[in-house]
Design a protein around this ligand. Structure first.
Ligand SMILES: CCCCC/C=C\C/C=C\C/C=C\C/C=C\CCCC(=O)SCCNC(=O)CCNC(=O)[C@H](O)C(C)(C)COP(=O)(O)OP(=O)(O)OC[C@H]1O[C@@H](n2cnc3c(N)ncnc32)[C@H](O)[C@@H]1OP(=O)(O)O
Length: 258
């Protein structure tokens, strides 16, 4: 039976990434880097490329690591920082991690299959299905993100960094991917508030294009629950809140079939 999300109980107690994030700007200390290299070398070839978008005037850094976690070796919590994360994403992660300390906010662990989010589901075994937002094996080329939920405010925040494989207009994020992040964030907020839901309706106003490699925040609130209907509102902004990328409303229907 689906009982909702697990609050990090399966995440490693103190991963390299956590140690790094705790260190904030110390993340590039030599000891930490050696530790990361050792970890990635075990899982594949470690390489950190520094890519830039080709757009004149505003290249955003995009770091890509080629570590290739295997699904069957599983259980990786993909919401933890990795070498592909930009400093802006890392800073936002540190900020929200800090907010989790008094219990108001919870970090959601994130796996690459939907079922691994369900309590009681086996965490091992081969699975072909992949979560849409976690379907690329290389860190940094697709979506890097982490969600935080505030129960009292019925609010879900997703900090994210879209990689180079998500291009729509040259240098910019595909609008369908923006929609995916809105759907996932608002849907995740609805799931955390009422339990399993289906998306019934999503309305999006795209205000500004999102540069690939940049860091953005999707910020969603459950505004009303009316029977099985869950009404949400979501805004996507830049990491420093200076630009609004998109504004959306979403209707989710509580389902007993999930
Ligand atoms: C990426 C994941 C990250 C999440 C992290 C968080 C937690 C992790 C846990 C688990 C991860 C899983 C999920 C995360 C959540 C969301 C992200 C992805 C979500 C999706 O990707 S999901 C796929 C796309 N989605 C569909 O594939 C739905 C297709 N569709 C249907 O399956 C049915 O259509 C359904 C079920 C929607 C309703 O069907 P139904 O038979 O159950 O209910 P019914 O029709 O009676 O409607 C009941 C009342 O809603 C009103 N109503 C219905 N639809 C409306 C509409 N469009 N506009 C206005 N009102 C509407 C009616 O008017 C009535 O209102 P009233 O009660 O007042 O009469």
């Amino acid at each position: 039976m689906y009982v909702g999300v697990t609050w990090g109980t399966r995440a490693p107690a103190k991963s390299t990434s956590d140690r790094l994030s705790a260190g904030g700007n110390d993340r590039h200390t030599s000891a930490a880097m050696l530790s990361i290299c050792a970890r990635h070398t075990r899982g594949g070839i470690y390489l950190c490329n520094y890519l830039t978008t080709q757009r004149a005037g505003g290249p955003a850094p995009c770091h890509v690591s080629t570590s290739q976690p295997s699904l069957s070796k599983g259980h990786r919590d993909y919401s933890l920082p990795n070498a592909s994360w930009s400093q802006n994403l890392q800073d936002l992660y540190n900020k929200y991690q800090e907010l989790t300390k008094n219990g108001d906010w919870k970090r959601l662990p994130s796996y690459n299959t939907s079922v691994h989010h369900r309590e009681g589901d086996p965490m091992d075994g081969e699975r072909e299905n992949r979560l849409f937002t976690r379907n690329l094996d290389k860190d940094g080329v697709g979506l890097e993100y982490c969600m935080f939920y505030n129960k009292a405010e019925k609010r879900m925040v997703c900090i994210f960094q879209p990689g180079p494989y998500l291009e729509g207009p040259p240098g910019f994020l595909h609008g369908g991917c923006t929609a995916t992040m809105i759907d996932s964030t608002a849907g995740g907020g609805a799931v955390c508030t009422v339990g399993p839901v289906f998306t019934a309706n999503l309305n999006i106003d795209y205000r500004n294009p999102i540069l690939l490699g940049s860091t953005a925040i999707a910020d969603s609130t459950v505004e009303k629950v009316d029977g099985r209907k869950v009404y949400t509102r979501c805004t996507v902004r830049g990491h420093d809140d200076k630009v609004v990328y998109a504004e959306a409303t979403g209707l989710f229907i509580k389902s007993s079939n999930l």
